[in-house]
Design a protein around this ligand. Structure first.
Ligand SMILES: [Zn+2]
Ligand SMILES: [Zn+2]
Length: 432
């Protein structure tokens, strides 16, 4: 027997099998999208939406069983038939029995859906388990929090049932419609462009800016804000008396669904102590402080699903920006956000942007408008690291850097002080 040939055949059949499972999931998602847009399927699908309360507990067993019979059973049946037809067609081109894997896979959903429609095996309904949301939305597969958004955030998005490909293709992995989105650095080129793009998506934008003379569209709410005096070299002595200006934003942050931290300073070639202080105060610590304040507002179960923090850490995280202090302060911010991500109570996206034309960078090659459009399109496809640049190296280096930095931080830090060392940590903190 030729083992090489056997191995090759097994490999091909496994690939066909896996592919057919993915196809089965795509069929499920197409059927679901049709349930929202194609009239004949709308009323049976509506039964599914009406069967659950906000905590995903069922309205009644009768309503649940009816929804299973009229929505889940036909959905699984369509999956079985489509995958069977594909396997039969594949068989015409030679040995393709691996293709039957998708059909068997679909059959398991048909059997459990029929059982649920009879009030049995209810525990097999994994994405509708009742109770508070405990995780943030997952990225490649659908968890409860991911699917919760389809029911209670936006019905015309988050269509996927098991794998998230379809939403990524359609740009429905994130709906901005009706979301309250705060943007810092709002008067800058990117801030203005982001506001336009977000409004176009139906978001209610709040502009946070220190430039009160800047013009904003009438529908945008403007909140004057500037970073704490200790971090703002331009702050005059009068405002120095006001401590902790970021903290006064807490009430505003509470009502925001998404906060985009986009403010920054570039001191270019200045290497004075004041320039060092200003770079870190604005680019690193004021952003970190707002990050803390915003994450503190994630208190309810629904916040885990809906709230998001987007942080413009810049391409300077991995590439030179020809402004050393800008790089240093942005890299520190980027690393600290990687650290914060380990215990993130909601989605944190990094905006890793290349040079675009703005006041900070008059030589930028991309336009702020184009960058803002790309950011929104990538976020709608659930990119957690939103890389928009013309430098191909960033696309290679950033994910590697993020992965290893994150692993390193995970190994050598912990979310809470361990029991035995708690006293010691408290002492250390007191000394500081
Ligand atoms: Zn559902
Ligand atoms: Zn639906």
């Amino acid at each position: 027997m030729d083992f090489n040939l056997l191995f090759k055949a097994l490999f091909i059949q496994s690939v066909l099998g896996l592919g057919s499972v993915v196809v089965a999931e795509l069929v499920r998602d197409v059927y679901h999208v049709a349930g929202h847009y194609w009239q004949p399927l709308q009323s049976p699908h509506n039964l599914h939406h009406k069967a659950y309360r906000r905590d995903l507990s069922i309205v009644s067993l009768a309503a649940y069983q009816k929804a299973q019979w009229h929505n889940d059973v036909p959905e699984a049946l369509v999956m079985v038939i489509s995958t069977a037809l594909i396997a039969l067609a594949g068989g015409q081109f030679g040995a393709a029995y691996g293709l039957w894997a998708g059909c068997l896979y679909s059959l398991s959903f048909l059997i459990t859906a029929i059982a649920r429609s009879q009030g049995r095996l209810l525990q097999t309904d994994l994405t509708h388990k009742p109770g508070d949301l405990t995780e943030i939305p997952s990225q490649w597969s659908v968890n409860r929090t991911y699917h919760w958004r389809h029911h209670f955030d936006q019905g015309n998005a988050y269509f996927c049932g098991t794998l998230t490909f379809m939403d990524k293709i359609l740009g429905t992995s994130l709906s901005l419609k009706g979301k309250v989105v705060g943007v810092t650095g709002a008067s800058g080129a990117l801030g203005q462009a982001l506001i336009r793009q977000l409004s176009r998506q139906g978001a209610k934008v709040i502009a946070l800016t220190s430039h009160l003379d800047a013009a904003f569209p009438p529908e945008v709410e403007v909140i004057p804000w500037r970073i704490s005096p200790e971090g703002n070299p331009e702050a005059n002595s009068e405002s120095n008396s006001e401590a902790n200006l970021e903290a006064s934003l807490k009430d505003q942050l509470e009502r925001m669904d998404i906060l985009i931290l986009n403010h920054g300073v570039n001191v270019y070639g200045d290497r004075s102590f004041a320039a060092i202080q200003a770079s870190y105060a604005v680019n690193t610590f004021s952003t970190l402080k707002l990050t803390e304040l915003f994450l503190d507002t994630v208190t309810k179960s629904s916040h885990k699903a809906i709230k998001e923090l987007w942080i413009n850490t810049s391409e300077a995280e991995v590439n030179p920006a020809f402004s050393p202090l800008y790089e240093l302060s942005k890299r520190t911010l980027g690393d600290l956000i990687t650290l914060k991500r380990l215990d993130a109570p909601c989605i944190i996206r990094k905006l890793v942007l290349g040079p675009f034309k703005s006041k900070l960078n008059p030589y930028g090659v991309m336009t702020a408008q184009g960058v803002a459009w790309a950011i929104v399109e990538l976020a709608k496809r659930d990119f957690r690291d939103v890389i928009v640049t013309i430098n191909p190296l960033t696309y290679l280096l950033f994910p590697v850097k993020e992965l290893f930095q994150s692993l390193y931080f995970k190994l050598f830090t912990h979310s809470r002080a361990p029991q035995s060392k708690q006293g010691q940590t408290a002492q250390t903190l007191q000394k500081i």
